[in-house]
Structures are given as C-alpha cells and as structure tokens.
Design a protein around this ligand. Structure first.
Ligand code: TXA
Ligand code: MG
Length: 318
C-alpha cells in the first residue's frame, strides 16, 4: 500500500530532537497546538521564515505569529505592559495571541513581522508544542499550516492534504482540542480583539476590568489576516440555511435535522465547543467528497459560536 503519510511522526523525544535539527537547519516542521496545526520555523531566521511564506503562498505583508515557551523568553524581543502581564498570568499558556510592540534590538526576522513595529506573540498550551519549545533555543514563527485563505489543519493528515510531500516533517499530536485559531488581542493601545476565539471577550474584559472593543471593520485592517475572504474550503459556503443546495452538503447542529448522506452534524448535543472542534474537519471532508457547496444551519452566536460565525462569514464572502 502506498504510504502517503511517511512525513507524519510520533512526537517522542527522539523525533522531537530530529525536528529540532530541522528547525536549526532553517527548515520547517508541522506542529500541533491546541487550536490548529502550525507550519513552524525558526523565527530568528529570515531564510526559514521565507520558506513559510512560500509554502503557504502567503502575502509578505501578512505577518506571522511568534510562539514562545514563556514570557521570560520574550524579554529581548517584545515590550511588556500591564495588560499583557494580567492576561498572561490568567490565561497562558493558552489559545490567545497578543499584539505588542517589538524591541528595536529584537532578533525576530523582519520578514516574519512584515516590517511592522509590532509582533504577534503566543504561548501555546499543547503538550507537544510546549515540549518542542522547551528543547529549542529559538522562538517559532508558526502560522496555521494551510495554503493562504484556506481551512486551517486540525489533525496531522490535514497538513499532508495542504502541502503533500513539500512539508517533510510533521509532529503528530492527534486532533486539535479547540479546532479554531487563537483569539488575537491588540495590546499596543486600547485593548482590541482582532480575531475571536475560544477565549472570549467577556473573559478578557473580566481579567482586565475594562470594556474590550472588537475590531470588525475590514477597511481599517489592523490584522492583515483579517482578510474579507478566508477559512475557505474551496467551494462556496452559505450561512443560516435550512437545507443543502443541489449537489451540495448541509452542515447541521443539534438534533432537529434528519440524517442524510449529504448531512454532516457538528454536535448532536448542541455543544458549541464540540461544534468548533469539528467545523474545519467537517468542511474539509465535504470538499474531499466532491460536494459542490456547503450550506450550514444557523449557529448560535454565543460563546465560541461567535468565533465560528466570524470564520463562516469570511468563508462565505465570495
Ligand atoms: O491559533 C493560532 O493562532 C495558530 C496556531 C498555529 O498558533 N496560528 C495562526 O496563525 O492562526 P495565522 O498566521 O494563520 O494567523 C495569524 C494572524 C494573521 O491574521 C495575521 O495577520 C495576524 O495574526 N498578525 C500577525 N502579526 C500581526 C501584527 N503584528 N499585528 C496585527 N496582526 C498580526
Ligand atoms: Mg491562518
């Protein structure tokens, strides 16, 4: 049998060391996190970072998230502030990314930050990501491991689906627990959410004891990745529907829709967290089964449902 998954490796200590060598040689590794899988390389190396942009077909104006083991390790690269300390202590490691000012002496590749004075910083919670960061001497630039504007990967096979043999080494961490990308909060001024995620605005607001705004305007794009069209399965997506289109599939939530060959359920128990973790996987499956479109029922706009709807809105924007 043809083994197309030769590049997926169990994340034992031997293979973590192998992956470390790859990163030290400025090559790339597929890395599991609790949100989605990343395409990771040495954040201090422009050579490595260029490879990330190339493989993802990502525009060079769209900066990457830099992953660190802990706050202490960021001291040469970013300027800390009170909001960061409070959120870090309450939520990290965890599924949240902070936009902060970069120190002028920082070694982070200018290509990684797209020449900006700010940098997106994240401290992933996933055990494998943490073990890997622990044995590395550098932070990791790691955007989601998908071709630009497409669906993020939520298991190791999805990375193979995206990049085939071009990504030589993938550390297998099973299915991502959350399944949607991290919350992004800009802390360079008035705290502003740039991307919604599992950690919601209410929670952040409680920790910082202040109102948090959400940047919804795509015109004054703070985060270049807040593109209007994103998270696309490669076929049209229609929101708030009650049935599939001709030759299309229908994604359902809860119990009120009947089962059918072209019906895919996100969570029969109306659990939005489960729905979030199944969303990309389900959309990818539908696309790979050659359905021509995806219709999806109304998803309650509460909790992580807000992050789901934010993604669906962009996926349906074409
Ligand atoms: O959950 C996640 O955050 C995953 C995992 C792998 O950590 N990563 C991820 O990276 O989603 P990416 O590159 O797909 O999304 C990062 C977003 C992009 O929208 C980018 O524009 C934005 O972060 N970003 C990066 N640096 C920024 C900066 N300095 N200012 C504003 N936005 C920034
Ligand atoms: Mg992405």
């Amino acid at each position: 049998m043809k083994n197309i998954y030769l590049n997926i490796h169990k994340a034992n200590s031997f293979n973590l060391k192998k992956a470390k060598k790859i990163v030290e040689n400025n090559n790339l590794v597929g890395l599991p996190t609790e949100t989605v899988y990343g395409l990771a390389g040495n954040a201090y190396s422009s050579e490595a970072v260029k490879k990330i942009f190339k493989l993802k077909k990502r525009s060079l104006v769209n900066p990457l998230i830099i992953h660190f083991k802990n706050l202490k390790d960021t001291k040469n690269d970013i300027i800390h502030n009170n909001s960061l300390i409070k959120l870090y202590n309450a939520l990290c490691p965890g599924p949240i990314t902070f936009i902060l000012n970069k120190k002028t002496k920082s070694n982070i590749s200018k290509i990684a930050t797209a020449g900006k004075k700010t940098v997106a910083v994240r401290f992933p919670q996933h055990k494998i990501a943490r073990s890997f960061l622990k044995i590395l001497n550098v932070p990791l630039a790691a955007p989601s491991g998908n071709i630009s504007t497409k669906l993020s990967p939520t298991c190791a096979n999805d990375l193979v689906d995206e990049f085939g043999k071009k990504l030589e080494y993938i550390l297998d961490g099973g299915k991502c627990k959350i399944g949607l990308e991290s919350t992004i909060i800009d802390l360079t001024g008035k705290p502003t959410i740039l991307r919604q995620g599992a950690i919601n605005t209410k929670k952040i607001s409680k920790i910082l004891k202040r109102k948090i705004s959400i940047n919804k305007k795509t015109k004054s794009i703070k985060s270049p990745g807040q593109l209007k069209y994103h998270y696309s399965p490669g076929i049209p997506v229609f929101m708030n529907k009650i049935k599939a289109k001709k030759s299309g599939a229908f994604i359902t939530f809860g119990k009120k829709f009947k089962s059918a060959k072209n019906h895919f359920n996100l969570s029969k128990s109306y659990n939005l967290k489960i729905a979030a973790s199944n969303l990309y996987k389900t959309m990818r499956k539908i696309k790979n089964q050659n359905f021509k479109s995806i219709s999806i029922c109304k998803i309650p706009n509460v909790g992580i449902g807000k992050a789901i709807n934010e993604r669906l809105k962009k996926a349906s924007n074409k």
